[in-house]
Design a protein around this ligand. Structure first.
Ligand code: SF4
Ligand code: SF4
Length: 135
C-alpha cells in the first residue's frame, strides 16, 4: 500500500488571474510542437512566423519568449494572459506542479507569490489534483 500524500484532504486554491505566475523572475514556459501549432492558429499566424516572434530555444527545448525588461511572458497583456484558451499545459496546470506539492513547506512557498493559494479559497479535492498530476 502506498502512503497518502500530505495533501490527501485537498488544498485551497482559486485563481484570481492576477498574472503573478506569468512574470516576476526569469523562467521558462516550455511548449510542445502541438501547443505551438495551436497558439499560432489562435493568433492567425503560420508556425514559422509564430516561432520567429514568440519562441526561443533553451538547451535545445522550445520556450515562450520573455520580456527582457521585467520577465513578463510575451503573452501577458495588462496582467492577463492574451492566449488564455490555448495557453500551454505548464500554465494550465499551475499551481499543481510536483515541485509545489512535494511538501507542505513547498506549498507555503508557492503561496508567497500566488495569491490564489489561501485559506478562504475553495477546497480542491485530492482527486482533482491527482488527475492534473497524472495528465
Ligand atoms: S502563456 Fe499566458 S498563462 Fe502562460 S505564462 Fe504566458 S501569459 Fe501566463
Ligand atoms: S499567481 Fe496564482 S492567482 Fe495569480 S494568476 Fe497565477 S495561479 Fe492565478
Amino acid at each position: 500500500m502506498t502512503d497518502s500524500p500530505w495533501f490527501n484532504k485537498g488544498l485551497r486554491f482559486s485563481c484570481t488571474e492576477c498574472g503573478a505566475c506569468c512574470t516576476g523572475s526569469p523562467g521558462y514556459v516550455w511548449v510542445t510542437e502541438e501547443e505551438i501549432q495551436k497558439i499560432a492558429e489562435y493568433l492567425g499566424l503560420n508556425v514559422v512566423d509564430f516561432q520567429r516572434k514568440y519562441i526561443r530555444l533553451i538547451y535545445g527545448r522550445k520556450a515562450l519568449v520573455e520580456m527582457k525588461s521585467n520577465f513578463d511572458c510575451v503573452f501577458l497583456k495588462e496582467k492577463r494572459c492574451s492566449i488564455y484558451s490555448v495557453r500551454p499545459k505548464q500554465c494550465r496546470t499551475f499551481p499543481w506542479w510536483q515541485q509545489n506539492l512535494s511538501s507542505e513547506q513547498a506549498w507555503k512557498e508557492a503561496a508567497k507569490f500566488c495569491e490564489g493559494i489561501k485559506e478562504e479559497a475553495p477546497l480542491i479535492p485530492y482527486e482533482d489534483i491527482a488527475k492534473v498530476l497524472e495528465s
